[in-house]
Design a protein around this ligand. Structure first.
Ligand SMILES: [Zn+2]
Length: 290
């Protein structure tokens, strides 16, 4: 492949004095020099600025008015620029809310795009922000992670109900026995052989009336465990129960948004079959293919 270059001639941003240079494209170029020698003036104020400006010129006037305004940098000529992804000079950090998307400043544009043409519409750009109440997943408050317990702590998949598959800590024997008593399952069938529907009924079922059981209620094992021990302040549990349960609690993906951090309205809104979380998680190469 022929090597292409970004050509800059006569750059005069800030303290630059008619700087001309060629930067090879698709290569990593490193700018070094003493403080104040103009590294940032070339990279941020000249090249990146012009690339953003050119990019934004492609948008309609309406969109452009919503975007930051980039004046034309002071230089004689700049050629062969392509779209720039700016990564800030500031040290990375900024807490558990940061992703590659937020650091490189692409997410605000994706949000704008989805609010404009995503279907079915979920609302304004804020409805696609996991830091805004309008967009954040209600289950994990936009963190993408939630306290939970690994499934194999609750159930031994290699066993049947009759063999004692239900092993959840913190439950009484009577509570563990409810699944075999329910009449919903073949009590000799190993959990690994359950159909998706049977698994769902065993693990995730919301409370339903069942007159054949103590308390007249049936609820899925994970649902029950979460209700009793996860979806409440652990400080309110008795010390004995805490000791049984606490070692198994760990931070995992949020069960509702699966780590995408957005509410379901935002995640159901799609462009070309992709939602914003899928696009934001893609690497640049994949994204270009879309
Ligand atoms: Zn969530």
């Amino acid at each position: 492949m022929v090597q292409e270059y970004i050509e800059i001639r006569g750059a005069r941003e800030n303290n630059l004095k008619d700087v001309s240079l060629r930067l090879p494209k698709r290569k990593i170029t490193i700018f070094t020099g003493v403080s104040g020698s103009g590294k940032s003036s070339v990279v941020f104020d000249t090249i990146a600025n012009e690339a953003q400006r050119l990019l934004f010129e492609n948008f309609s006037l309406f969109i452009r008015n919503l975007l930051p305004h980039y004046p034309q940098p002071d230089a004689d000529a700049m050629e062969n620029l392509s779209m720039a992804v700016l990564v800030d000079q500031k040290p990375l950090g900024g807490g558990s809310h940061s992703t590659v998307g937020t650091v490189t400043d692409n997410l605000p544009m994706l949000r704008l795009l989805f609010s404009r043409i995503g279907q079915p519409s979920a609302g304004t750009a804020l409805a696609f922000s996991f830091t805004d109440p309008a967009g954040m997943c209600p289950e994990c408050n936009g963190q993408g992670r939630a306290i939970g317990v690994p499934l194999d702590v609750l159930i031994d998949h290699t066993k049947s109900l009759n063999e004692g598959a239900v092993i959840a800590p913190g439950l009484t024997n009577m509570e563990r026995g409810i699944y075999a008593q329910s009449g919903f399952f073949d009590n000799d069938k190993k959990i690994t052989e359950y159909t998706p529907e049977e698994r769902d009924l065993l693990l995730s079922s919301e409370p339903r009336k069942h007159t054949g059981l103590p308390y007249n209620t049936y609820e899925g094992l994970v649902y029950k465990f979460n209700r009793k021990y996860v979806a409440r302040d652990i400080q309110t549990l008795s010390p004995r129960i805490r000791q049984q349960v606490e070692p198994f609690l760990q931070l995992g993906p949020c069960p509702l948004c699966k780590g995408a951090r957005l509410n379901q309205a935002a995640l159901n809104c799609k462009i070309n079959g992709y939602n914003i979380a899928q696009l934001a998680a893609m690497e640049v190469e994949e994204l270009l293919a879309v």
